[in-house]
Design a protein around this ligand. Structure first.
Ligand code: IMP
Length: 191
């Protein structure tokens, strides 16, 4: 089976590629010559995942899935949530986003947070949703060089390392995206 993963994010592509069985061939947006930034204008993760998947299906005609991820911080009433990419401005600058989050959490005793990923799958004219959550805490400073986005300041529950200190395999085995993708794979494998 061939399916498009609607992302320009090479880190996400690597994470998902690592989980996919050989029977499912992933095509990237580059593979289908889609170089546009797909608008993410919805106010929920579900909505943005659907927008991205629908864009590819409508404009390029492929079966496709897209993910949208948000970091929900308890002390900030769930922010940055669906606005995680643009938390510190429109440029999706991870350094600035993390800096703003650490400043906004200054003095907060509750540092509980969770990553949530929603995947929208468009397959043979139908749409399906999958979700994965990973609970953890926001660290006081960045730790580690691997990964992307908020990984250096997120420590998953039950672990002493941040996501940015984990290998791809370690992160995938517990992460929000890993959980959502495994559901997607189970569904596709059951067809
Ligand atoms: P989006 O799903 O690409 O819209 O991601 C929203 C924001 O969350 C962006 O700033 C990403 O860099 C960040 N993000 C998405 N997934 C992860 C992850 O697995 N770890 C850390 N940050 C992430």
């Amino acid at each position: 089976m061939k399916i498009v993963f609607a992302t320009h994010n090479q880190h996400k592509l690597l994470e998902v590629q690592q989980l996919m069985p050989k029977s499912i061939q992933l095509l990237s947006l580059t593979d289908i010559d889609c170089n546009q930034e797909i608008p993410e204008t919805a106010i929920t993760l579900e909505g943005n995942a659907q927008l991205k998947a629908n864009y590819v299906t409508q404009h390029y005609g492929y079966d496709c899935f897209a993910d949208d991820t948000g970091l929900e911080v308890d002390a900030l009433y769930g922010a940055p949530g669906v606005y995680s990419a643009r938390y510190a401005g429109s440029t999706n600058n991870s350094g600035l986003n993390m800096q703003k989050l650490l400043v906004n959490l200054d003095g907060a005793s509750n540092r509980n947070a969770r990553f949530k990923t929603v995947i929208a799958l468009n397959l043979r004219g139908k749409q399906y949703l999958f979700e994965g959550v990973c609970k953890g805490k926001i660290l006081f400073q960045k730790q580690g060089e691997k990964g992307f986005g908020y990984d250096p300041i997120f420590k998953p529950k039950g672990f002493t390392k941040s996501f940015a200190e984990m290998t791809l395999t370690e992160k995938n085995s517990i992460s929000h995206r890993g959980k959502a993708v495994n559901q997607l794979i189970s569904f596709l494998s059951s067809l």
